[in-house]
Design a protein around this ligand. Structure first.
Ligand code: SF4
Length: 344
């Protein structure tokens, strides 16, 4: 992500805008220590190995995005299967057999899904970045697909996880609400509907926001932004400015990679409130290796800063990429194997 703050003159005074994505805001809400590892500590502490379920998700998203970029006559289920195969990400699987088995499943998912689409009905946007700002936050993110239905836009989000989805997932999603607001403002077109397209079941979960419910989500985003910005400021005062964020790469053929930070396949928010201020290990290399990658530990942290960025241990810790650096997380949940998030 780019620089954390922008400057916006407001009433003659410089005012810092908190620049964020929905993922960043959700990271703050889920676990402040994970937020710090993800967005502030530089170099970023080493993550664990990639997750196979993330590889499946990224491969499917990439194939569906590429499908819409094909000329109309090639928008067929077979093309979707070919795109999926050509961009298949193998990271995190137990072995080649498991990867091949899931490639077959994912191929069926994408070809079956595009079979339900009208290839002539071009979306307004695919993997479209949208952004908006208030007096407090500048928020941006990427929408899987933006449709036009009648006079309105509809935000479409693809889901590939094993957990069945409910309307509450669509209603309560901060990300989807912010995408709707940003898309509406950028394209000057009303946008109240958000949809989760759950490929494994073929279900489409829709929620139609009101202006009031969208405003509530944006207000919530601002509240979170103020909290996180205040914590960021304190981090910078104590630790100095974070360095540039390093891009991570995996085997992805295009934009989306299998890398995640915490992506529990049955995604539950971390449960209990934060406790404990145990150290995060010393600065610099922690030794050991995953492949050839050098291992980086988090910087030494004062008790005060560690409290600002308190851990929030719970079941989700088993899926946290930074669990290795977090004693509380290790105590809270067992280590997961990279392929444990796959629905067998
Ligand atoms: S292991 Fe759990 S408590 Fe520790 S950083 Fe990750 S999510 Fe937070």
């Amino acid at each position: 992500m780019a620089g954390v703050y922008d400057q916006l003159p407001l009433e003659g005074m410089p005012r810092r805008l908190y620049s964020c994505t929905p993922s960043r805001l959700n990271a703050w809400l889920d676990c402040r220590r994970r937020y710090r590892f993800t967005y502030l500590d530089r170099p970023q502490p080493s993550k664990g190995p990639g997750w196979a379920h993330n590889s499946v998700g990224a491969s499917v998203h990439n194939a569906l995005a590429a499908w819409w970029r094909e000329p109309y006559e090639r928008r067929t289920p077979l093309t979707a299967a070919i795109l999926l195969t050509n961009g298949w990400i193998t990271e995190g699987f137990r072995d080649a057999d498991q990867s091949a088995q899931w490639l077959g499943r994912a191929r069926d998912l994408v070809s079956g899904y595009v079979g339900t689409l009208d290839p002539s009905d071009d979306p307004v946007g695919v993997e479209r970045t949208v952004a908006t700002r208030t007096k407090i936050i500048a928020v941006s993110g990427r929408i899987d697909r933006l449709d036009r239905r009648g006079d309105e836009l509809v935000v479409v989000d693809y889901k590939t996880g094993r957990r069945p989805l409910s309307q509450d997932d669509a209603r309560s999603s901060l990300a989807l609400a912010i995408y709707a607001i940003a898309a509406s403002r950028m394209l000057r077109t009303p946008c109240h509907s958000v949809e989760l397209h759950h490929l494994p079941t073929g279900e489409i979960i829709e929620w139609r926001h009101t202006e009031e419910s969208l405003a509530r989500h944006l207000g919530r985003a601002e509240e979170v932004g103020v909290e996180a910005a205040t914590a960021d400021e304190r981090y910078r005062e104590v630790m100095g400015a974070p360095g540039p964020v390093r891009a991570r790469s995996s085997g992805a053929a295009s934009g989306r990679t299998s890398s995640g930070t915490t992506s529990a396949p049955a995604s539950t928010a971390a449960g209990n409130s934060g406790a404990g201020t145990a150290g995060n290990g010393g600065p610099g290399a922690t030794g050991g290796s995953v492949g050839e990658r050098p291992q980086v530990g988090p910087p030494a942290m004062s008790a005060e800063l560690d409290a600002v960025f308190a851990p929030n241990p719970g079941p989700i810790c088993g899926w946290c990429d930074f669990r290795r650096h977090c004693p509380e997380g290790q105590a809270a949940a067992p280590e997961r194997r990279p392929w444990d998030g796959l629905a067998e």
